[in-house]
Design a binder for this molecule. Sequence first.
Ligand code: AMP
Ligand code: MG
Length: 337
Amino acid sequence: MKKTNIIAAAAVLLLTSCTDRTPYQEQISFFSMDTYMEITAYGHVNGSLADCKDEIYRLEALLAVTDEASDIGRLNAAGTADVSPDTAEIIKYAKQIGGETGGALDITVYPVLKEWGFTTGDYNVPDKDTLNTLLQRVDFTQIQVEENTVPAVAVPSGVQLDLGALAKGYASDKAAGILRQQGITSALINLGGNIMAIGENPGSGAPWRIGIRTPFSLDENIGVIEVTDKAVVTSGSYERCFTAEDGQTYHHIIDPATGCPARSGLVSATVVGDSGIMCDALSTALFVMGADKAAEYHREKGGFDMILVTEEGEILITEGVADSFTNLANLPLTVLG
Ligand code: AMP
Ligand code: MG
């Protein structure tokens, strides 16, 4: 097996510029949840960046699938565990989105991910029989969440969870909450490509400009989206992948219907909305669903915008963000009604 590309979910680059009018700013960067994180806040920052980092470390200790002592580690080992309210909330939300997306988001896909080696980097292409056996353990509807003072979660034997598809989005909401509570009205939270933009750019007084990386050439941006008080999250097939001896490239977003990396015709799905956990959960789910089902889901549910990039190099964008998007790569673009 040859590792061709392991980039920690950094699908989105920030385009920021400092001008003379940029007020005092502070920045913190650290590694957590298997990715590089950077938070920049403007104005009277005081200790709020350290508070954000502490909060993200706290969440990592609860959610990390590779940590035997985390809520998820204990649950996966024993089939039942008392968990923190945060863990219970994320699981409940994942079940809801799992239901709404016809199972495209399924946080019980972990046994399959492990077999492919995406959790360890020790990659392997499983055979059909192995996948079919493992798929019997993939079913998010089997997760029971009991809401007591100390919530409890239970799963049938063999069912295991991984919250990697939405944990960073939840963490970005928590970090944004801390900053807002401490009076910060302008900040950029970048949790490995999971962006939460607070307020607007204090230097220019204009919306934040978030670059969306082209899946075809990782050094360039396919376009730029201008946002104020929004989360911007991208899931892409180019983020964490490997090329096997069969010459094929396999990526880390699994279609729970097949147990194989989703081949939906998309190379990336970017979701823009108010909530980080929603954008994170949906970017993964919509990637699995592909353009037609994603457009249908958007028409039915609403409450978010999206930018899809197809394998053919076409951009599909919803009306709500069409005017805020600059098509830098000049790819053919369709606005979805
Ligand atoms: P993201 O980068 O947010 O799209 O999340 C991808 C991560 O979520 C993967 O690295 C896996 O840990 C996990 N995952 C992959 N496929 C799925 C799926 N269909 N449903 C839920 N989690 C998934
Ligand atoms: Mg996601």
